[in-house]
Design a protein around this ligand. Structure first.
Ligand code: PLP
Length: 416
C-alpha cells in the first residue's frame, strides 16, 4: 500500500481517478516519476490556463525569488502588490470602463465567494442569496449554501441556510429567468427580497451548462430593477477560459461583484480577487481578514500573465477559434454515434461531452489509459469535461480530441 493510501485521508479524489505519481509538468503535459506522460485537459481544474511552468511566468517568478522578493505580506504595501494592481487596472479594468475596487479575500476561490456573500449582505442589510440549480461555488459553509451539488452539501454537517435555488438557464425559446421574475414580482411569493444573486456564466462543475447571453442580460436587468446585487463567480471560467477576459463580456453586463481565482495567479499559485463596485466598498479596515491575502509570488506571476496575454486580443481570438474547433470535433463524435444519447455543449475552451452517468467514468478511464487526463462533471458525473490550457498547441489539441474520440468508440463498443 502506498504512503498516500496508508496515511492520506480518504477524502482525496483526483488521485483516485489518476492513480499515478506525477513529478514534472511543462505546457500541456504532466510527467510521472517513472517517465510516462499525459496530455492535461484538466489544467488544475482551471487554474492553469497558461499551462504548466509557462516559461515567461517561470522566469518572472525565479527572478523574484532570486532577489529575495517578499513571500507573504498579508495586506501590507509591497512593490509586487502595486505592480499587480497597476497592471490589473491598466490591462483589464480601464479598457472595459470598470472602476471596481479590489479586495484580496484570501488564497482560494471559496474565499472570494465568501467575501462576496458577506459584503453583499453587509451592504444591503438583507440575508438571502439566490443561486442556481447545479451551481458550484466552493467547499466552505457560505459557499456550500449556494452550491447545488449534494455530495458537497452533505459534507457541511450543519443546515445550510440563507440561500434559495432557482432554475438555471434552460434555453427556452425566450430565455429569461422567469421563475425568479415571478417570485420577485408579487407579494405572497414567500421569497424575501434577496441581498444578491450569484451565478456562473458556464457551470463547469455543474455539467458544462452554458447560460445564454440573453438570459444573463435578463438576469442582470432583473437584479437592477429590484436593487439586488449581481455576483458573477468567474473563478473557473474567467481569465479567458471562454475567450474574453471575463466570461460575462459577451453578454454586455457588468456585475456588481466579481469573484476571480484559479488562473488569475497565472502559474497555479494561490490567489483570489474580489472586484467590487466602488460604492459597495463599505467594509471598515479589518472587517474581512486572512493570513494569506498577500502571497506575493502569486502577484508576480499574475502580473506577468496579464502583461503577456491580455495587452491585446491574440489569446482571446485564439481561444474563440479553438473553441469552435473543439465544438465541431465534439459534434463529430456525437454524430458518429447516433442513438447513443450523446450531446455536447460549451463556449471557448470549456466544453463538455455528455455521455451519461454509466459511461462518463469509463470514457475518462479509457482516455487516461491512452494518455489524456479528462475529468467528469455534472450532478451525476455524466459529462466528460474538457479544459485544456489556453496555450495548448494545435497538435496537442488534435491529439487530445483524437484520444477522446477513440475512447468514446472503445467504451461504446464495450457497452454494446
Ligand atoms: N467557484 C467556482 C465556479 C469554482 O469552480 C470553484 C472551484 O472549482 C470555486 C468557486 C471554489 O474555488 P476553490 O476550490 O479555490 O475554493
Amino acid at each position: 500500500m502506498s504512503i498516500f493510501e496508508q496515511h492520506e485521508s480518504g477524502v482525496r479524489s483526483y488521485s483516485r481517478r489518476w492513480p499515478v505519481v506525477f513529478s514534472r509538468a511543462t505546457g500541456s503535459r504532466l510527467h510521472t516519476e517513472d517517465g510516462r506522460r499525459w496530455l492535461d485537459y484538466f489544467a488544475g481544474a482551471g487554474s492553469l490556463n497558461y499551462g504548466h511552468n509557462n516559461p515567461v511566468l517561470k522566469r518572472a517568478l525565479l527572478d523574484y525569488v532570486e532577489n529575495d522578493g517578499i513571500t507573504n505580506a498579508l495586506d501590507m504595501f509591497t512593490s509586487a502588490r502595486r505592480d499587480l494592481l497597476e497592471t490589473l487596472v491598466e490591462v483589464v479594468l480601464r479598457p472595459r470602463s470598470m472602476d471596481h475596487k479590489v479586495v484580496f479575500p484570501g488564497p482560494g476561490g471559496a474565499n472570494a465567494v465568501e467575501a462576496a456573500l458577506k459584503l453583499a449582505r453587509t451592504v444591503t442589510g438583507r440575508s438571502g442569496v439566490v443561486h442556481f440549480t447545479n451551481s458550484f461555488h466552493g467547499a466552505t459553509l457560505g459557499a456550500l449554501a449556494v452550491t447545488g451539488n449534494p455530495l458537497h452539501r452533505r459534507s457541511a454537517g450543519v443546515p445550510l441556510t440563507g440561500a434559495t435555488p432557482m432554475p438555471f438557464d434552460g434555453h427556452d425559446e425566450h430565455p429569461h429567468p422567469e421563475h425568479l421574475a415571478r417570485l420577485l414580482a408579487g407579494p405572497g411569493s414567500g421569497l424575501d427580497l434577496p441581498a444578491a444573486v450569484i451565478v456562473e456564466t458556464v457551470q463547469a462543475e455543474g455539467g458544462m451548462n452554458v447560460a445564454s447571453t440573453e438570459w444573463l442580460r435578463a438576469l442582470a436587468e432583473l437584479c437592477r430593477q429590484h436593487e439586488i446585487l449581481l455576483i458573477v463567480d468567474d473563478v473557473q471560467v474567467g481569465c479567458g477560459r471562454t475567450g474574453p477576459f471575463f466570461s460575462f463580456e459577451d453578454a454586455g453586463i457588468v456585475p456588481d461583484l466579481i469573484c476571480l481565482s484559479k488562473s488569475i495567479g497565472g502559474y497555479g499559485l494561490p490567489l483570489a480577487l474580489l472586484l467590487v463596485r466602488p460604492d459597495l466598498d463599505v467594509w471598515p479596515p479589518g472587517a474581512h481578514s486572512g493570513t494569506f491575502r498577500g502571497v506575493n509570488p502569486a502577484f508576480v506571476t499574475a502580473t506577468e500573465a496579464l502583461r503577456t496575454y491580455w495587452r491585446d486580443d491574440t489569446l482571446e481570438k485564439s481561444t474563440r477559434a479553438r473553441g469552435e474547433w473543439v465544438g465541431t470535433a465534439l459534434q463529430g463524435i456525437v454524430n458518429a454515434h447516433p442513438g447513443a444519447g450523446l450531446s455536447t455543449r460549451g463556449r471557448g475552451l470549456v466544453h463538455g461531452l455528455v455521455v451519461g452517468a454509466e459511461l462518463a467514468d469509463a470514457v475518462s478511464d479509457e482516455a487516461f489509459a491512452q494518455g489524456l487526463l479528462v475529468e467528469t462533471s455534472g450532478p451525476r458525473d455524466e459529462v466528460v469535461k474538457l479544459l485544456p490550457p489556453l496555450t495548448v498547441s494545435d497538435a496537442e489539441l488534435a491529439e487530445g480530441l483524437a484520444i477522446l474520440e477513440e475512447s468514446v468508440r472503445v467504451v461504446l463498443e464495450r457497452a454494446a
